[in-house]
Design a protein around this ligand. Structure first.
Ligand code: SAH
Length: 351
């Protein structure tokens, strides 16, 4: 019988699984806290659990650890980038960032990505599979362990499209914020999507309190379809409609991500279009200097981003220019995993 992935289980699922073994309810909470509060990933170290029960736990459940395959530290800004090997030999990337208010972590939600955004390194290496709730969560727990810090903010902006792995991501968010477990408020979490419109409506109904970040990158529907194929399925107007609904249903401001790419979306006319698209919306625009991806020729001129921001400001749209972190350590999405693959690096499955 295949073992159950205990770190992907909610407290009530664990209670049900242990009740089936004839165990009392409080046992489940004890074990849940070993995993999600004390972050102990070895049944033998759960000292208030009897040796017999520990043995039965080992037979029924597995604790899926991640293994650090590569760790790159930025000398410029304390950003640390991890390449983690999963138990089946696949790789994911995680980035730990140092802000004045605390440590924030950027996690991946899939191995690879299907979305095919032209400027994104994740698209080049292709899609393999979804991550389980525990594989998303363990990027945080293993990074906390390795670095000795407590993470106070989480962004779902690593490899993959979170809303293309909706059920596992929602379950992960539940585990991350569980009051009996890790207890991180979802107010400190941002989820970034390229625009899977039906799932934005679903997410709005959950009223989780997280920040929705939308990778807009272009305010012209046809041009957006060229650089972001997802726009051919869910066009820009339907995306903006879904965002308006999100704001209405949750009372939360939406963030729009806009990578300013020379000669693609960086002109005054592009800024005007963006301003008219977003006029009157409770939103914020985050301008991103595009990260260089070696297979692509896209680039940003820094002064151009500042100009773009000013132009938006004159049109009444709030915009900030995102600080570039970890530029000396290939921190652009998908670059480490792609490099590992192109060097023929394969972790090999654990047995
Ligand atoms: N799939 C999700 C989250 C992952 S990408 C999404 O599309 O939002 C996280 C962010 O990085 C997105 O805004 C994405 O568009 C942006 N991004 C990808 N490649 C980039 C690059 N080369 N330069 C700047 N931003 C990039």
């Amino acid at each position: 019988m295949e073992k159950l992935d205990i770190l992907s289980m909610t407290l009530s699922e664990l209670e049900a699984a242990l009740a089936a073994e004839g165990e009392k309810k409080f046992r489940a909470r004890q074990i849940f806290q070993w995993l999600h509060v004390k972050k102990i990933f070895d049944f033998d170290k759960m000292t208030d659990v009897s040796i017999q029960l520990r043995q039965r736990l080992k037979e029924k459940f597995c604790i899926n650890r991640l293994f650090v395959s590569k760790r790159l530290e930025s000398s410029a800004d304390n950003t640390v980038k991890y390449l983690y090997r999963l138990s089946d030999g696949n790789f994911v990337e995680t980035v730990l960032m140092d802000y004045s208010y605390g440590k924030s972590i950027c996690v991946s939600t899939q191995v690879g990505c299907k979305m095919g955004c032209r400027f994104c390194a994740s698209a080049i290496a292709g899609f393999v599979r979804n991550l389980s709730p525990s594989e998303i969560l363990m990027q945080i727990y293993e990074t906390e362990r390795d670095s000795g810090v407590r993470v106070s903010g989480v962004v779902l902006m690593g490899i993959g499209e979170p809303l293309d792995n909706y059920d596992n991501v929602v379950k992960f968010l539940g585990l991350l914020s569980d009051k009996d477990g890790n207890n991180l408020s979802l107010r400190h979490v941002s989820l970034s999507t390229c625009g899977i419109v039906p799932r934005i409506y679903d997410l709005a109904e959950l009223k989780l309190g997280l920040t929705l970040s939308v990778s807009l990158h272009c305010a012209d529907n046809d041009k957006r379809s060229e650089i972001m194929p997802v726009n051919r399925t869910y066009n820009m107007n339907s995306l903006i409609e879904a965002c308006r609904n999100y704001i209405l249903r949750t009372g939360r401001r939406v963030t729009f991500e806009y990578a300013v790419i020379d000669g693609v979306n960086s002109s005054d006319a592009d800024a005007d279009k963006l301003a008219s698209l977003l006029r009157g919306m409770n939103c914020h625009v985050n301008l991103i200097p595009v990260n260089k991806v070696k297979e692509r020729s896209y680039r940003t001129v820094r002064a151009g981003v500042e100009e773009f921001a000013k132009h938006l400001g004159r049109r009444g749209i709030n915009a900030t220019v995102r600080r570039t972190l970890g530029s000396d350590i290939e921190a652009a999405c998908g670059q480490l995993r792609r490099d590992a693959l192109s060097r023929g690096l394969n972790g090999g499955a654990d047995t």
